[in-house]
Design a protein around this ligand. Sequence first.
Ligand SMILES: [Zn+2]
Length: 280
Amino acid sequence: MTDSKLSEEKISDTTDEAVADAPAEDELPLSFCHACMTPFEDYYYLGEKYGFTLVGCLKCGSAVADPYPNPEFMEKFHEKYNEKLVPPSNAEREAKRHEKRIRSLMELTKGKDFLGVGCGFGYSVIAAASLDLEASGIDTREQPIKAAKKSLSKDHFTQTTLEKYAKKGEQADIVYIEHGLEQSIDPNAFIEALKKVLKPGGVVYLETPDGNHFMIPSNFARWKVVAPPAVLHYFSRKGVETLLERHGFKVEKFFFNFRPRMRLIAKAASKKADKKADKK
Ligand SMILES: [Zn+2]
């Protein structure tokens, strides 16, 4: 893309120090749609922010940061970028909100193992534990995980990625994702890890910014959620559905939301082979 390279000028424009160490533009790969895998030879322009261009996929409406950072760039970025999260003002209300949702997920699976992904301060995990689920939570961010360890039990929380967690062979019946997909440098690897982590008959709850929502400002870059490279992906519903389907999931339900935040329930797509293997 000729008009969307990460130029030196753009880098010096930003006040974000972490972005200032961006690799030269020829080190960065061209973007493609991570949802429907369409190469961005053609795309629509959504604006600029923090030295990145935001581009939209013509096929599925998902938006992504361009140029697309490589893992080395993101590693350097996260070394410097220390996101400080503010705990919710009403912790009790927050826990109740999660509790209500988790109860409805419990109706969709018999299993008792709960994993909160991108769980932040751990309210979903606390709510799950209060419902007698075997609850664990992971988050890549140090600060909320430290706080979460103090609030419940340090054994319940781990600072790690879903991909690393999946490699350990841990599994859950309810995987409750509040954050992670939109930050992932490789959403396909993220969803593949989700597949590994989900037990047969399990259910997935997923939240991510809705990049194609009617409430997004007409100037896309002014949407407060837009923060490349910390947030790389702004998927559309169609995009997330395509991504999940490619990895063997079926979206059971999208929740209506007045805010541009996507919330959905998904399960493994049923196959005859799965049914045979499904032992009681
Ligand atoms: Zn797409």
